[in-house]
Design a protein around this ligand. Structure first.
Ligand code: HEC
Ligand code: HEC
Length: 153
């Protein structure tokens, strides 16, 4: 009987776990989704280091050709979430000033440097069909015709 009363708690605990081994990165805060998933999907914070996210958050007024500026409290809230969940592994460090996930050592090793024609590597959903659910597990990959990533070449 006791276990039934515990169940909601257990479910809540499970929901807040990041299954990095499975490449599932949910859940995100409401704030993060509201502010950072209107032009593109919410990128997993775990796929870049804290200095990388800091760089992204410090130049939102010139954000990859867009103006993604936020007021200071909102910006600080998003920045804190990203810093808290950021990777601490060097392979997730940004390799250029604009700090793209798609240019980190890890990403390039996993994906190569040449996306298929007319597809940006920033558009994760083009291949990861459950990316909107923060699920990047290999099972949900659908590769565009002709795309072969470098790892297997
Ligand atoms: C006004 C639209 C807009 C908003 C809002 C926005 N972005 Fe972006 N973002 C873009 C565009 C455009 C790109 C470039 C996409 C491409 O290269 O195809 C981009 C790219 C990125 C990239 C690099 C993707 C890669 O190639 O690895 C990151 C990281 C990123 N955004 C994070 C954020 C974060 C964090 C927020 C919230 C603070 C945010 N974005 C809000 C428009 C936006
Ligand atoms: C053009 C297709 C394509 C796009 C776009 C793409 N990926 Fe991938 N992704 C792949 C392929 C192929 C693999 C390698 C799977 C393997 O190891 O066999 C992969 C692997 C991954 C993995 C590791 C999954 C695993 O099971 O090993 C993650 C995490 C990931 N991608 C995240 C992203 C993110 C984040 C973006 C967007 C910034 C993105 N991908 C954009 C095709 C793509």
């Amino acid at each position: 009987m006791k276990i039934l009363r515990l169940l909601p708690l257990l479910l809540a605990a499970a929901a807040s776990t990041t299954f990095a081994g499975e490449h599932v990165y949910a859940p995100y805060t409401e704030l993060y989704v509201r502010e950072c998933a209107s032009c593109h999907l919410a990128y997993p914070p775990e796929l870049m280091t804290a200095p990388g996210w800091k760089r992204v958050m410090s130049q939102l007024d010139r954000h990859f050709g867009s103006d993604a500026s936020l007021d200071t409290p909102t910006r600080d809230g998003v920045a804190a979430f990203l810093a808290q969940r950021a990777s601490s592994r060097e392979k997730h460090a940004p390799s250029e000033n604009s700090a793209r996930i798609s240019k980190t050592v890890w990403f390039v090793r996993e994906h190569g440097t040449a996306p298929p024609p007319k597809i940006s590597f920033a558009n994760c959903s083009a291949c990861h069909t459950r990316a909107e659910q923060a699920d990047f597990n290999e099972r949900s990959l659908r590769l565009p015709a002709g795309f072969r990533h470098s790892e297997r070449d």
